[in-house]
Design a protein around this ligand. Structure first.
Ligand SMILES: [Cu+2]
Length: 326
């Protein structure tokens, strides 16, 4: 809200606080920090991690972190900061946004004046490059057994280009995803046993048995894409900036974390691995809302024979009368 006061978080001196942080933005990543207070990351999306101490948290759209902060400073007030990473996304007018979003950490017993604290002064390089925190700095709390190699590798190019009407659309391997509400993929699988789908349904893989899948995504534009996979968490085995290629000899294979949303750097790439063992049709998409609407969505179909065993409720069939006639 424009003229609303700043949010205040009251800390009791000496206590430890768990902050659960989610980026619910539609467009932009943030760099989150509290002046003079280090944060111990203990959870990345669904996965508990070994403690990893940081000063700043880069958090992209749809990502979630849990951090522990200790109120161990002299009784005072401190700025909590969420800096918008405006250079990571191009949009007309974005320069008019105030990128310095603030709140106040108020220690019990302190006065009610605004804080006078300064932001962390350490090197900002990584924080200006539109990339995630270094994934290999995080280790799962419980050891992970990563599948040694993939049964199949899928290559994707995520880009934005003009269509025949000169309108910018987002594309996966040249194809804009279009929702087909009259003939949803689930119905085609459940009631027609279909295995061939229209190109604009962006089905990038169909797996009839449990398999280990690698997906390499190249980003064709100079903005970042926070990619999110439904139905799974995945190991982030690698990523790289502009002018680099996925290198299978340098994967982060030793005890990597699993998460469900990861940033593809501007003109860079990511390599993720997951086990396709969950019956369903799962979206793999950019979590920037505008890019989803523009079609930056791919889907995988897993274990359709298992899916067919899960009978839809009668109400679903009754509400889709066309199904009764098939
Ligand atoms: Cu995107």
């Amino acid at each position: 809200m424009h003229n609303a006061g700043l949010s205040k978080f009251n800390f009791v001196p000496g206590k430890r606080y768990r902050l659960r942080i989610i980026n619910t933005s539609a467009l932009l990543s943030f760099t989150f920090s509290i002046d003079e207070h280090a944060m111990n990351v203990i959870k990345v999306e669904g996965m508990m991690t070994k403690r990893h101490t940081i000063h700043r948290l880069i958090i992209n759209v749809a990502q979630r972190y849990s951090v522990i902060v200790t109120a161990d400073k002299l009784v005072s007030n401190f700025w909590m900061r969420a800096d918008l990473q405006i250079k990571c996304y191009y949009a007309i007018g974005i320069e008019h946004l105030n990128p310095y979003v603030k709140a106040i950490v108020h220690y019990e017993g302190a006065n009610y004046l605004d804080p006078t604290t300064k932001r962390w002064a350490d090197n900002l390089n990584r924080f200006n490059n539109c990339i995630d925190l270094n994934t290999s700095d995080f280790k799962p709390f419980f050891p992970e057994n990563v599948s040694a190699k993939a049964d199949q590798t899928i290559y994707l190019n995520a880009s934005i280009e003009k269509d025949a009407s000169n309108v910018y659309r987002a594309v996966v391997n040249g194809s804009t995803y279009a929702v087909d509400i009259d003939n949803p993929t689930i119905n085609q699988i459940l009631f027609k046993n279909q295995t061939l789908f229209q190109p604009n349904q962006n089905v990038i893989g169909q797996f009839n048995t449990s398999q280990v899948i690698d997906i390499v995504v190249y980003n064709g534009v100079s903005g970042e894409h926070p990619f999110h996979l439904h139905g799974h968490t995945f190991w982030v085995l690698g990523s790289g900036p502009v002018d680099t290629k996925a290198d299978f000899s340098k994967l982060n294979i030793f005890d990597p974390i699993k998460r469900d949303t990861t940033t593809i750097p501007p003109l860079g790439w990511i390599l993720i691995r997951f086990e396709a063992n969950n019956p369903g049709i799962w979206a793999f998409h950019c979590h920037i809302e505008l890019h989803v609407e523009a079609g930056l969505v791919a889907r995988v179909i897993e274990l359709p024979h298992e899916l067919r065993k899960l009978k839809p409720p009668d109400s679903y069939v009754l509400n889709h009368p066309i199904l009764i006639m098939i």
